[in-house]
Design a protein around this ligand. Structure first.
Ligand code: PLP
Length: 385
């Protein structure tokens, strides 16, 4: 019996050929394939600019730096996310706080955000940045969050690590930039498309893009317009800020270009498997992630919430015994020892904690197929019996 993982990359011969071509080319590090990948991604999500980096965590860090987040500032994000969404702010010396989730969409709640902002305004501690996370691939209520950003003057960085290929309410692609300053994608192997490790920040704002490009590579510029001194010659460069080595390689970007071509097919396959799960599991004692308005999910994750959360551990163990490597997304970030050491406690974000207790992520990836999915459903039916 083969084991079914919760997610898996999908690499075909066109992907292999793209990487082999890159290996035979003149460039292995950041070179022309990066520019091709960035142009293709920017065109795909109709954002003006794309900056490819080593991973999405680096992209979130650069995004925070580009909007000027620093010591004395606070970033708010969802507790139902991977730790990187919050850690990016800590790298900048900023404080982190969380906004509880909507109990039906499992995304940062725009209503909870509005309520918390009203209190923060009175207390004089408004956030500098809010980072909504499109959990499982489903966009948050971005029109509402963008309206709050205009009213209270914070910047918005979308953590769309799960959501390349998803659409907002109005049908625009996630990353188009209508509702945020910067939007970040992850190309880690379990995500919708992969470059092994990799990430990207997209934005409509050319200045934000230029800032992230500069910081991606040590804060070094070869652009005379950005230098403080007159170049000594054509070899001359200047370090004008303290940046990082967050570059992606051309090997990875070549894979990214090839994967991006396959993205619509991946999202279609994931969407049809998700629909089929909903039908097959309709009478099971569990609930599903509700859809936010007319958004379309990219279906990175298929999560369910068990009606009887006390059974979650036994159900999980039973699935694993049957060769189904389910997962759980996410342990609320504020309950991690690092964040507890900053003062967060159990019961701070009750909706995220209640969701987590019953949460279960079922396998979903394009090659799962209906036969694999039937095995998951059978195993889940036994586990719940
Ligand atoms: C995967 C993920 C990240 C980090 O992505 P990397 O590319 O692994 O750095 C950040 N946020 C969320 C929500 C993720 O799922």
């Amino acid at each position: 019996m083969t084991t079914i993982p919760y997610g898996r990359q999908n690499i075909d011969e066109s992907d292999v050929a793209a990487v082999v071509d890159a290996l035979r080319s003149e460039w292995l590090t950041q070179g022309p394939a990066i520019e091709r990948f960035e142009a293709a991604a920017a065109a795909y999500c109709q954002s003006g600019h794309a900056v490819a980096v080593a991973n999405a965590t680096a992209a979130l860090h650069l995004a925070c730096r580009a909007v000027g987040l620093g010591p004395g500032d606070t970033l708010w994000t969802s507790p139902n996310t991977f730790v990187a969404s919050a850690n990016a702010a800590r790298y900048c010396g900023a404080k982190v706080d969380f906004v509880d989730i909507d109990p039906s969409t499992y995304n940062l709640s725009a209503d909870a955000l509005a309520a918390k902002l009203a209190l923060a305004e009175r207390a004089g501690c408004l956030p500098a940045v809010v980072t909504p996370v499109h959990f499982g691939g489903q966009p948050c209520d971005m029109p509402a969050i963008a309206a709050l950003a205009r009213r209270y003057g914070f910047r918005v960085i979308e953590d769309a690590s799960h959501a390349i290929g998803a659409c907002y309410d109005d049908g625009a692609m996630v990353g188009s930039g209508a509702f945020s300053d910067i939007c970040v994608f992850s190309f880690h192997a379990v995500k919708i498309i992969t470059t092994g490790e990799g990430g990207m920040a997209v934005t409509k704002d050319p200045e934000l893009a230029a800032c992230m490009r500069l910081l991606r590579s040590h804060g070094i510029t070869r652009d005379a317009a950005r230098m403080q001194q007159v170049p000594d010659g054509s070899w001359y460069y200047e370090q004008v800020d303290l940046g990082f080595n967050y570059r992606m390689t051309d090997l990875q970007a070549s894979l990214g270009v090839s994967q991006l071509r396959r993205l619509p097919e991946f999202v279609a396959q994931r969407t049809s498997l998700a629909k089929r799960y909903r039908a097959l599991l309709a009478d099971f004692p569990l609930s599903f992630q509700s859809r936010q308005g007319a958004t379309r999910s990219a279906w990175h994750l298929f999560v369910v919430r068990l009606d009887d959360a006390t059974k979650r551990r036994a159900v999980f163990d039973s699935l694993v015994k049957d060769g189904i490597r389910a997962n759980v997304h996410y342990i609320p970030v504020h309950l991690q020892p690092y964040y507890r050491s900053l003062g967060f406690q159990p019961r701070d974000f009750p909706a995220a904690e209640a969701y987590y207790r019953g949460a279960l992520t079922l396998p979903l990836f394009p090659a799962l197929g209906e036969a694999g999915q039937d095995r998951v459903v059978d195993a889940l039916s036994r586990a719940l019996a």
